[in-house]
Design a protein around this ligand. Structure first.
Ligand code: TZP
Ligand code: MG
Length: 216
């Protein structure tokens, strides 16, 4: 397998969309980047989500921002747009376009991340050639309305043990106090929406998250 990303690239994985912040989303993203997040996923969905040209313009600005910090940028769900604007990749769920189908039409080094809520989904994503998996929810979360039952740290360890080299990013309800525990439980990276978006100081929070994520 060609290594497009290393586990270290996924260490502090920030996710957000304009629905997750009250300030200018580009400002929140830039603060998180300045604080040292290592990966960014745009998850633009739900009420008030940008669509069409407005979304494309927004996405192009995010691409430029991430590039200036040399941070990989992937788009949730929207494979078409990710290819069109030259994002680094996509992140898809179980109900989205299949890995096989994406691989047929994406550029060579395109990153494909897949959400997995249990062991069999994780094993399937690994077989199909995902570049990393997002595993969770680990803890209860109110950010995703239709989130499945939390799988806990034990669920994460079981999946990491099964997929071996495939990088695993923990997701769902993760706060600062969980980061070291999750790294010990097998997470190559930890992801956050609300913990960074709702922080008093997103830049400082990202910085402290990075420190914790690199302790173990
Ligand atoms: N998928 C599983 S849980 C979740 C997603 C997108 C939401 C994570 O958000 P938060 O605020 O970090 O719990
Ligand atoms: Mg999806």
């Amino acid at each position: 397998m060609v290594t497009k990303i290393t586990p270290a690239d996924l260490r502090v994985y920030f996710i957000m969309g304009s629905q997750n912040t009250r300030e200018d989303p580009l400002v929140t993203i830039e603060r998180a980047l300045a604080g040292g997040v290592t990966f960014f996923q745009l998850r633009e969905k739900g009420k008030g989500a940008k669509i069409g040209e407005e979304k494309e313009e927004f996405v192009r600005k995010i691409k430029a921002l991430c590039k200036s910090y040399q941070v990989p940028f992937v788009i949730n769900d929207d494979v078409e747009l990710a290819i069109k604007i030259g994002a680094d990749g996509v992140h898809v769920g179980q109900e989205d376009e299949s890995i096989e189908s994406i691989k047929k039409r994406c550029p060579k080094d395109f990153i494909i991340g897949v959400s997995s809520t249990n062991l069999s989904e994780a094993e399937e994503a690994n077989r199909a050639g995902a570049d990393y998996i997002g595993v969770g929810p680990i803890y209860p979360t109110s950010t995703k309305a239709d989130a499945k039952m939390p799988i806990g740290e034990e669920g994460l360890t079981e999946i990491k043990d099964a997929v071996g080299e495939l990088p695993v990013v923990a997701i769902g309800g993760i706060k600062l106090q969980h980061v070291i525990r999750l790294r010990k439980a097998g997470a190559d990276g930890v992801s956050f929406i609300s913990a960074i978006c709702n922080a008093e100081n997103p830049e400082l929070m990202a910085k402290v998250m990075s420190l914790h994520a690199s302790i173990y």
